[in-house]
Write a protein that binds this ligand. Structure first.
Ligand code: ATP
Ligand code: MG
Length: 371
């Protein structure tokens, strides 16, 4: 068993604190995705794990042993970067063999490891070529091969696919997961792309401004976002957020309008217990949970008129950008509609959502109110 732990890691550059008490556990064979906006501190965390940067405080441990002072070369950790910088004058074979030569590995072992690794990555036919003769995706595989070949305990990958076009990126994601399965080594994978995070990780860690916002499985993070930041960041298009006040059981105040609406007992009770009645709350509803009314909606559904501002055709579905009504431009929201679209821009349409699919957040702290 190999376990990596970050304990209360903080990092400052000069007076600026970049990381705040980061705690993180990576277990054997886990594929952990670290996701967050640009500048949130993702690369800094990887660089601290690799030993390229020292934390200002806190401990890094492997199997319970502190490695804060262990030089990078002794950490048994391989890092793959976004710009994979292969040696242009060397053949693919020599690019792969390079890390082993540095460790004085004998020729036969090198040969068998190069063959094994290039087989795994499907680049066996390119061994005698130079990097410039390869496509972007093939070069990325060579870069991965160079990390894999040393058989390190951990892989750190910093946006390794961001230089590839969309199609190749999707393909390489799947390949990376296959390779991860074959090697069963731990991977910490950094991306700012939340779709990539949702599709790749067993565990996702959402970072913002150097603080962990949430850690959990992709479905945890999507279905139960801890706070408004996670709710808006994870999911594409983003969750719609509305100000709401639940005054009493039969009345809610939404979009600056009173709705006579029977709030379901379970939700009402929880909000009451949370001291959240008669207060500004944020109601979150995902675009796929707002529906175009074809018939009168059943109980527990909030129905209102939406003014369609723009329709984005995505082939099998449409994203409808709408506003609460044509007078209050600015308060727009998104509806994800699958199936045929008979709607038009500037048209008004009745839509509804089920309050049981709504998320509630405290508008001051941004924290989720768990129902
Ligand atoms: N050596 C440094 N000196 C000063 N500030 C730094 C240094 N390295 C990083 N920073 C700052 O730390 C913050 C976090 O940077 P980091 O590179 O970890 O972000 P990131 O999440 O990887 O962003 P991106 O998605 O853009 O790669 C940024 O505000 C950056 O400017
Ligand atoms: Mg980065």
């Amino acid at each position: 068993m190999t376990k990596l732990q970050l304990k209360n890691i903080s990092k400052s550059f000069g007076d600026t604190k970049i990381l705040h008490n980061i705690n993180l556990n990576v277990h054997d064979g886990e594929f952990v995705v670290l996701v967050g906006p640009s500048g949130s501190g993702k690369s800094t965390i990887l660089r601290i794990i690799a030993g390229l940067e020292q934390p200002t405080s806190g401990q890094i441990e492997i199997d319970g042993k502190n490695i804060n002072n262990l030089p990078p070369k002794d950490r048994d950790i391989a890092m793959v970067f976004q710009n994979y910088a292969l040696y242009p004058h060397m053949t693919i074979y020599n690019n792969l063999a390079f890390p082993l030569k540095m460790k004085n590995t004998n020729k036969e072992t090198i040969n068998s490891l190069v063959n094994e690794t290039s087989e795994l990555l499907g680049i066996r036919n390119y061994l005698l070529k130079k990097p410039r003769q390869l496509s972007g995706g093939e070069r990325q595989r060579v870069a991965l091969g160079r990390a894999i070949i040393r058989k390190p305990k951990f892989f750190l990958m910093d946006e390794p696919l961001s230089n590839l076009d969309a199609k190749l990126r999707t393909q390489m994601r799947a390949e990376l997961l296959k390779i991860h399965k074959a090697l069963s080594k731990s991977v910490i994978y950094v991306t700012h792309d939340q779709t990539e995070a949702l599709t790749m990780g067993n565990k996702i860690i959402v970072l913002n401004k150097g603080e962990i916002q949430q850690e959990g499985s992709p479905s945890d993070v999507y279905e139960k976002p801890h706070n408004i930041f996670v709710a808006e960041f994870v999911g594409n298009p983003a969750m719609n957020l509305f100000k709401v006040i639940i005054e009493k059981k039969s009345k809610i105040f939404l979009f600056d309008k009173d709705f006579s609406f029977e709030v379901p007992e379970n939700i009402y009770k929880k909000l009451q217990a949370n001291n959240s009645l008669n207060k500004d709350l944020i109601l979150g509803i995902r675009p796929e949970n707002i529906h175009i009314s074809e018939h009168s909606p059943a109980e527990n559904k909030i129905e209102f008129t939406a003014h369609i501002e723009l329709i984005e055709m995505l082939g099998n579905e449409q994203l409808i950008h709408a506003s609460w009504n044509s007078n209050t431009k600015g308060s727009t929201f998104t509806i994800r509609h699958s199936g045929k679209c008979h709607l038009k821009q500037n048209e008004s349409v009745k839509v509804f959502f089920d309050i049981n699919n709504a998320h509630f957040f405290n508008s001051e702290t941004g924290e989720r109110i768990s129902l």
